[in-house]
Design a protein around this ligand. Structure first.
Ligand code: NAP
Length: 805
């Protein structure tokens, strides 16, 4: 591969270029977008193919499509439990929701995947042929030819999904060892013929297959025993197919109209490396095999699903060491196994009389249930298991089995539905409220908090009585976006290690102090700065622990903080952050005591201090009730009622059109969002020593329009005035007061479970994702610290560059 001629000063055009818009390339494009990577697909053909090469989707692929919410698009799909091995009938039924084979023309599969990838924001450019490839230090440069002439494109990574004759593989110099085709099957889709159906019929002179589709087109496939694969420049003539068909079956199909004719051989090759540097291969570009029983397409789609999330994390600078290389390790091994079974099947299928005895023996074996199930697992992809480097639990590396669940809020769902966001999943099936395990005895969900941008935590129980279900009694399972389990067991023991390994470094300061080297290996500046902060904080903690004891840890040690509305969302993240920095935090809530207690529990498990305080805001007596509980809690723990940090975070959204909002609704918004913060500040100033900090949470909606939230935005506009005027008033006391305006930020609103909507919202930010509570909490942490002593009366946009224009 040519090196170094790429100008490394200019930025790459995109993060990932996928070459090839077949099913594998399109699936990969969608997966990359789900993971937040920018992706452009380049396809040589000017239009989508009308040929339907592969028409079988196996059970594992159906599960994957379910895990992306794509099955509805497929509609009613005919299924057939019966498959074959080397042409001998084999029942593919195994436990699971999609037993057997599912018949979907490849054109339809492509159509659906293309719509999906486009809807997620992938760019698909047709009529672009890749003619050159050079890998530089930080990107790959491609020469691209189209009707307008040659041009160049750069990306941080390039993936060849361009089929068995892959240009990307050739240009990247990746070896493709294996066996050339020795035998071949001729195939044609023909209308205007009327011949008997044949299912893998072995006749004296050869093998014949004929299947008539509902549209009247018959697909014929034929192999003449002993006939070697022909050297060809293009596809065979229909005349050749008709001649061989006549020799094998005695039937004349020459009068039919061919729609598509091709030949495929039993070549068996596999790329030596699925990844070299910044170039990767997936699908037939990585492995060439005889397409029997649809395994080739399914293998390719599953490559794409294994690679997509890993490459997205890598391109975004959030992957842990070795994650991207695990794509080769895992999929090369699966490919090797599939190629071996296909080679064995090719021998059984295309061999002449010399394989008859072997077929008889195997025919007997497949009647044994254990053999049948073993082979069905292999062909359907359901038994794919990765070596995840930890074999302490039988579920490690296996796919998440079909599971019906009831989540904590009573919703009925399935494990597949929970994977639809394309994020990792921490499924907490432990009924206990207490955590267990040796990592600080925390609840697994709290341990995963620093990965909340990549991993969704769901507490649920099995809907069946669980007896016999593989997950019964498992406790917690950590599942990768591709549906494979990487950690199973009770409590948080080993969980952080697994989270780091598969999901990269935590974004905010981890609760287990990292070493400086471990924490600063991340690639992007954002992650680096978070990791550096983590390392610095860890060093401070270690130093103070050694010297002065636990009460003095962190930069906010000795301070007290009130965060309103901190039972969930950004308030929760802010409470965790301030506590981590050493403050004693009052966790305020109004209705959800359990959630507030959970925040207090998470803080205490990590060695911090907190207590919950209830008060409904926006009603008469609200501030009085709040400060009664606050002062009692402070006094009990510190002997004083001093409050150093106030975060006015609690708020309610409107979501009512300006024509429809009632005066009562308007008053309520104003009372909770604007009036309460004013009077909380007024009251808090009695308790606040000089040098205190006030942070009011506003909203990006004071900067950009959303008519549904007119009244809400008015309340936030009012909140922003607090910073300006109080800053002047409180300067002499060295108290700072600032506004923080988040953009769209994840909270418990179910809208964040709908990938399509999240994707649309993500487009508003210049970083292409929605905000996480921690993104805002870190800004609050800074404004609360001594480092922000010179910032007051200011408006801080924490919207991830929303609608910059
Ligand atoms: P959230 O998840 O909806 O949580 C709201 C919190 O406020 C909860 O702790 C809730 O307590 C409390 N709360 C609500 N109404 C209350 C009342 N009347 N009295 C006392 N407490 C009340 O919030 P979020 O989405 O993280 O938003 C936090 C702040 O950021 C809000 O001011 C919001 O307006 C602002 N913001 C949010 C976004 C966003 O996209 N999420 C964007 C811009 C600005 P309970 O749990 O006890 O009900």
């Amino acid at each position: 591969m040519a090196q170094h001629s790429v100008d490394s000063r200019a930025g790459a055009d995109t993060q990932v270029i996928v070459v090839g818009a077949g099913p594998v390339g399109l699936m990969l494009a969608g997966e990359l977008r789900l993971g937040g990577a920018e992706v452009t697909v380049l396809e040589q053909r000017p239009a989508a193919t009308t040929e339907s090469r592969a028409s079988t989707l196996h059970a594992r692929t159906m599960e994957i499509l379910d895990g992306r919410g794509l099955l509805d698009e497929l509609g009613t799909v005919p299924s057939e439990p019966r498959g074959h091995i080397g042409g001998m009938p084999l029942d593919l039924t195994l436990p699971g929701p999609y037993p057997g084979q599912w018949k979907v023309p490849q054109t339809r599969t492509e159509e659906i995947l293309q719509e999906w990838a486009l809807s997620l924001g992938a760019g698909i450019c047709r009529g672009r042929e890749v003619t050159g490839l050079r890998e530089g230090e930080d990107r790959v440069e491609l020469d691209v030819a189209d009707s307008g002439g040659p041009s160049r494109m750069t990306a941080r990574y390039v993936v060849g999904c361009d089929g068995e004759d892959s240009t990307v593989r050739r240009l990247a110099g990746i070896g493709f060892p294996g066996r050339p085709a020795e035998r071949e099957l001729l195939r044609a889709d023909v209308s205007g013929i009327d011949i008997p159906g044949r299912r893998f019929e072995r006749l004296e002179r050869g093998l014949a297959i004929a299947a008539r589709r509902p549209d009247g087109v018959t697909r014929v496939m034929v192999h003449e025993f002993g006939r070697a694969a022909q050297q060809r420049d293009g596809e065979p003539d229909f005349d050749e197919v008709a001649r061989v068909w006549r020799r094998v079956t005695g039937e004349d199909i020459s009068g039919g109209t061919p729609h598509w004719v091709n030949a495929f051989g039993d070549a068996n090759r596999q790329a030596a490396h699925y990844r070299t540097g910044r170039v990767l291969l997936a699908g037939d570009a990585a492995h060439q095999q005889m397409p029997v029983g649809g395994q080739a397409l399914n293998l390719g789609l599953q490559d794409a699903v294994n690679l997509g999330w890993k490459l997205a994390l890598e391109a975004g600078g959030r992957a842990g060491d070795g994650l991207l290389d695990s794509y080769h390790t895992e999929r090369h091994a699966v490919g090797r196994r599939t190629l071996t079974n296909i080679q064995a099947q090719a021998t059984l299928l295309l061999g002449g009389g010399e394989v008859d005895a072997l077929r008889t023996v195997i025919g007997e074996l497949v009647t044994k249930e254990r053999v049948r199930a073993h082979l069905a697992g292999m062909i359907s992809g359901l038994d794919t298991r990765y070596d995840v480097g930890d074999d302490t639990h039988p579920l490690h590396g296996a796919r998440l089995p079909h599971t019906e669940l009831t989540t904590q809020d009573g919703t009925h769902t399935t494990a597949a539905a929970l994977l639809r966001t394309g994020r990792g999943l921490l499924l907490d099936l432990d009924g206990d409220d207490e955590g267990s395990g040796d990592e600080g005895d925390v609840r697994p969900g709290s341990a995963a908090e620093p990965w909340s941008d990549r991993v969704t935590v769901v507490r649920a129980r099995l809907r069946t009585d669980g007896t016999g279900h593989p997950l019964a009694g498992t406790g917690t399972v950590l599942v990768r976006p591709d549906g494979h389990i990487v950690r199973a067991g009770h409590g948080a023991d080993g969980l952080r290690t697994a989270l780091r390994r598969w999901f990269g470094p935590p974004l905010s300061t981890p609760t287990t102090p990292p070493t400086a080297t471990a924490a600063t290996t991340a690639a992007t500046p954002a992650v680096k700065s978070a990791a550096t902060t983590a390392a610095t904080t860890a060093a401070t903690i270690a130093k103070t622990l050694a010297g002065n004891g636990r009460d003095d840890m962190g930069r906010l040690t000795g301070r007290t903080a009130l965060v309103t509305g901190s039972s969930r969302g950004m308030g929760r993240a802010a409470a965790l952050r301030l506590a981590m920095d050493g403050a004693l935090v009052a966790v305020h809530y109004t209705s959800n005591k359990e959630a507030a207690d959970d925040v207090v529990g998470a803080i205490e498990k990590d060695g911090g201090r907190a207590f919950a305080v209830r008060a409904e805001l926006g009603v008469p007596g609200d501030v009085h009730e709040l400060f009664l509980g606050l002062e009692e809690g402070l006094k009990e723990r510190t002997g004083s009622t001093d409050l150093n940090i106030l975060v006015n975070n609690a708020g309610v959204m409107g979501g009512v059109a300006p024509e429809e909002i009632t005066p009562e609704q308007f008053d309520r918004l104003m009372a909770v969002n604007a009036k309460a913060p004013f009077f909380i500040i007024q009251r808090a100033l009695k308790n606040m020593p000089d040098g205190g900090r006030i942070i009011n949470i506003s909203s990006g909606l004071t900067r950009f329009a959303n008519p549904e939230e007119t009244a809400y935005a008015m309340t936030k506009g009012a909140v922003e005035q607090l910073a300006l005027h109080f800053a002047k008033h409180l300067g002499p006391r060295n108290i700072t007061i600032n506004s923080v305006a988040p953009g769209i930020t994840r909270n418990s609103n179910p809208v964040f479970d709908i990938p399509e909507v999240v994707e649309q919202m993500a487009q508003l930010s210049t970083f292409g994702r929605v905000g996480n509570p921690e993104d805002v909490a870190d800004v609050i942490g800074f404004l609360a610290s001594d480092d922000a002593r010179w910032v007051t009366g200011s408006f801080v946009d924490a919207s991830g560059g929303t609608l910059l224009g």
